[in-house]
Design a protein around this ligand. Structure first.
Ligand SMILES: C[S@@+](CC[C@H](N)C(=O)[O-])C[C@H]1O[C@@H](n2cnc3c(N)ncnc32)[C@H](O)[C@@H]1O
Length: 328
């Protein structure tokens, strides 16, 4: 990525991805895109370390200012060595339990019980869909009665909502991540909090509540360290007999080079499992090619698919679910 391409990534972050979600990051994204000095420092980093979410989280982790674009850029330049060290030591590991609201209709429709296997699990907060409550549009919330987590989701189209008494039955929770985060570790929690965009208090509250759920689960998710392509076969083989192994991933494959994505999708077609993907447009071209309409470009979306068949566009943090009429 050149300085021009990096500037464009920050401008799109500020004008499309965070638009209407985080006014502070709208300003900061554009200010970084306009700062030749900061862009020069960013392009000296490895390409995977130049992403907006990583720089912005690093500055927040260090308690730098994010309310004004000018103050952000000035602070990041003045503290660059510290910022750079945090960037190099961390990765974008945003863990958003709210994404379970987009997965739930597919999970509930599969043959039960389920053996969940998440690739790119971060702290594993998406491995507890049966431990959360859900509110779709204006309907009453349903799900785990005492849960401190409620995922709220606006929908369009013929979403196959699960009946409130037909929540997924999860008999095992497993995952893999290059760097599994520990819900009980204070520094991991601080990094996860730094990745939540400023002004998104509901997301921050949900993250804290989901960390509590993960910390207090009697049989917590088992997340192995490693590359998803190297560990996926053993995870599927380890699913309990009699359960449906479901491999899923949300906002993960964008971090893999194209050949590694292809290796993973081949594994998904060959291994004895069901496959739920929730990734941005352009990440899985064979799924994009089956879309009934082009993905919107005026807002961030992911494409939700079951076994390679697209069923809906989703909001990046699970806030929207736009089900395709064709995908009944
Ligand atoms: C943006 S986070 C998403 C976390 C979670 N799926 C969610 O939606 O809340 C992406 C995660 O993928 C992991 N990851 C990236 N590349 C990976 C790979 N090749 N193998 C395993 N995990 C990977 C990262 O470490 C990070 O925790």
């Amino acid at each position: 990525m050149t300085a021009t391409e990096t500037a464009e990534a920050y401008r799109v972050f500020g004008t499309v991805h965070t638009k209407g979600h985080s006014p502070a990051y709208e300003r900061v994204g554009v200010a970084v895109a306009d700062s030749a000095e900061l862009l020069e420092r960013l392009v000296a980093l490895p390409p995977v370390k130049r992403q907006p979410n990583l720089l912005l989280a690093a500055v927040r982790y260090l308690d730098g200012p994010v309310d004004s674009g000018e103050a952000f850029v000035g602070w990041a330049l003045a503290h660059w060595e510290q910022v750079r060290a945090v960037i190099l030591a961390h990765a974008t590991q945003t863990n958003e339990a709210g994404r379970c609201a987009t997965l739930l209709p597919l999970l509930a429709a599969l043959p039960q019980p389920l053996a969940l296997i998440e690739v790119g699990a971060s702290a594993g907060l998406c491995l507890y869909p049966d431990r959360y409550r859900y509110r779709y549009d204006d309907t009453p919330a349903f799900g785990a009665a005492e849960s401190p987590v409620t995922a709220v989701c606006a929908t369009t189209g013929p979403v196959p909502f699960p009946a409130p008494d037909r929540m997924p039955q999860v008999v095992s929770r497993a995952g893999v991540d290059l760097n599994p985060l520990d819900p009980a570790d204070a520094d991991d929690a601080r990094w996860l909090e730094s990745l939540v965009w400023p002004g998104q208090q509901t997301r921050l509250d949900r993250l804290r509540a989901a960390l509590t759920v993960a910390r207090t689960e009697p049989e917590p998710a088992r997340i192995v360290r490693g590359d998803l392509n190297e560990r996926i076969a053993e995870l599927v083989a380890g699913a309990p007999k009699g359960a449906t192994p479901v491999v899923f991933h949300t906002a993960v494959l964008c971090y893999l080079p194209p050949e590694a994505r292809r290796a993973f999708t081949t594994a998904m077609r060959e291994l004895p499992c069901r496959w739920i993907s929730n990734e941005a447009p352009d990440v899985l071209p064979e799924i994009d090619a089956r879309l009934p309409c082009p993905a919107p470009t005026d807002r961030g979306v992911n494409i939700l698919a079951l076994d390679g068949e697209p069923v809906a566009f989703t909001g990046p943090h699970g806030e929207r679910l736009d089900w395709f009429a064709q995908a009944r």
